[in-house]
Design a protein around this ligand. Structure first.
Ligand code: PMP
Length: 436
């Protein structure tokens, strides 16, 4: 695993940390992974900082779930008040759920005419995986087809249906026979042609396309946002094949890209279904999808949908408080401004460093290629891991992504300001000087 603790530096850990790791392994088994050579334990979070038991502050340049900031007071108060008042489920009429759905829909531009808002519909789940799983069920129902096209290192979730179309889980998790994988949209790849080929390959095997499913920022493929607009021709060939375009906005949604509320809007496309999660409730389990009403119509008639916790009043209160904070604190605009500042400064650093290569990003989501010094500067997952751990030693949290684990993943909470960017850049400069 990229940035996974493997125990090789266990002897350097404080005895209390070693003991907790041992208890965790005994109690939880082998499937869980910890970050960093030297795992870190937190007791508190506030804004863009996490704190350990000794009161040391770690700059969070990694976590997108607490996207309006750790333990944001408005979210905390709104959730506490709702929890102390009423928490039921979607089989009773509650105003909050409907009001939130209306507010969320107004931010979207889905469907053929891109008019979103008044015409689209929302459904709620607890996790991004459940949202993608439901989107797939709806797409299969609508198209009568089963085929799905995803990118080479995609990750879409934990359910059985999603694990078999998440190639980033590795060779130990087989892909389904109805799944086709296309190269990630990196420079030099004709992405539209690759999707067209994948669709025709499905058809040669007697399958039809139900959906093209893609993260609008291609995060696990190494963060590939540009050029904005390259997804437009893909939607056309997906529709021509009778399939639906599902935009996975679990990573790219809720203002992260700065210029737009949703990653797909950077591409000027109008997906048929959009799935959302992670930052939606700033840490409370709320996720969901929005879709064209004609897409959900027959599914809605024929399949009953109830998700016990999905869209409960407490989670909806959190989600609605998140929208409040995004607006009142102008966080998407901050993501655009700080993101541009960070990308420029990191690019200047990379120009002078033999170990930093291409830097890509949109808003507060950056991917920084790490390369071995020399020509041509091959991707180096090993050096990336050293940088990730060196940053952690300097109390700045990042991780790595991409098929070779060689892309630094920088994805802070959205209140990340210029002073935090400067702190990050100082630590990065010190770290790259120390690792080679
Ligand atoms: N889609 C994408 C693009 C993701 O990054 C993730 C989570 N990393 C998911 C779906 C699944 O979300 P969850 O972990 O909430 O089930």
């Amino acid at each position: 695993m990229v940035n996974g603790y493997d125990g090789s530096r266990a002897a350097e850990l404080p005895p209390a940390t070693r003991e907790l790791i041992a208890r965790r392994e005994r109690a939880l088994g082998g499937a869980y992974r910890l970050f960093y050579d030297q795992p870190v334990s937190f007791v508190m979070g506030a804004g863009v900082y996490l704190y350990d038991a000794d009161g040391n502050a770690y700059l969070d340049a990694y976590n997108n779930v607490p996207s309006v900031g750790h333990s944001h007071p408005h979210v905390t108060e709104t959730v506490a008040k709702q929890l102390g008042t009423l928490n039921t489920h979607t089989r009773y009429l509650t105003d909050g759920l409907v009001a939130y759905a209306e507010r969320l829909l107004a931010t979207h531009t889905v469907g053929a005419d891109g008019s979103g808002g008044s015409v689209a519909q929302a459904m709620f789940t607890c996790t991004g995986s459940e949202a993608n799983d439901l989107a797939l069920r709806i797409a299969r129902h609508y198209t009568g087809a089963t085929g799905v096209v995803v990118t080479a290192n995609a990750y879409h979730g934990v359910t059985a249906a999603l694990a078999e179309l998440s190639p980033s889980l590795g060779p130990g998790v087989p892909l389904g026979s109805h799944v086709r994988v296309v190269p990630a949209p990196a420079p030099g790849v004709n992405f539209t042609a690759a999707v067209a080929w994948a669709i025709s390959d499905l058809e040669r095997h007697g399958l039809r396309l139900a959906a093209f499913l893609a993260d609008s920022l291609f995060s696990s493929d190494g963060v590939l946002p540009d050029p904005a607009g390259f997804l437009a021709p893909v939607t056309e060939i997906v529709h021509a094949a009778g399939g639906l375009y599902i935009a996975d906005e679990v990573q790219s949604g809720f203002g992260r890209t700065g210029t737009h509320m949703w990653g797909y809007q950077r591409h000027g496309i109008a997906p048929d279904i959009v799935t959302m999660g992670k930052p939606m409730g700033n840490g409370l389990p709320i996720a969901g999808l929005v879709a064209r009403p004609d897409v959900t119509e027959s599914f809605g008639r024929q399949a009953r949908y109830f998700n016990t916790f999905g869209g409960n009043p407490v989670c909806v209160a959190a989600a609605s408080a998140v929208l409040d904070v995004l607006e009142t604190e102008g966080l998407p605009a901050n993501a655009a401004a700080t993101g541009a500042y960070l990308k420029d400064a990191a690019t200047r650093l990379a120009d002078l460093s033999p170990v930093l290569g291409d830097i890509r990003g949109a808003g507060l989501y950056l991917g920084i290629d790490v390369i071995a010094p020399g020509t041509p500067g091959d991707p180096s997952g090993k050096l990336a891991a050293a940088i990730v751990n060196g940053m952690r030693d300097r109390r700045v949290l990042i991780s790595a992504t991409g098929p070779q684990g060689n892309v630094l993943k920088v994805r802070p909470p959205l209140p990340f300001a210029r002073e935090h960017a400067d702190q990050f850049l100082t630590a990065l400069q010190e770290t790259i000087e120390a690792v080679h």
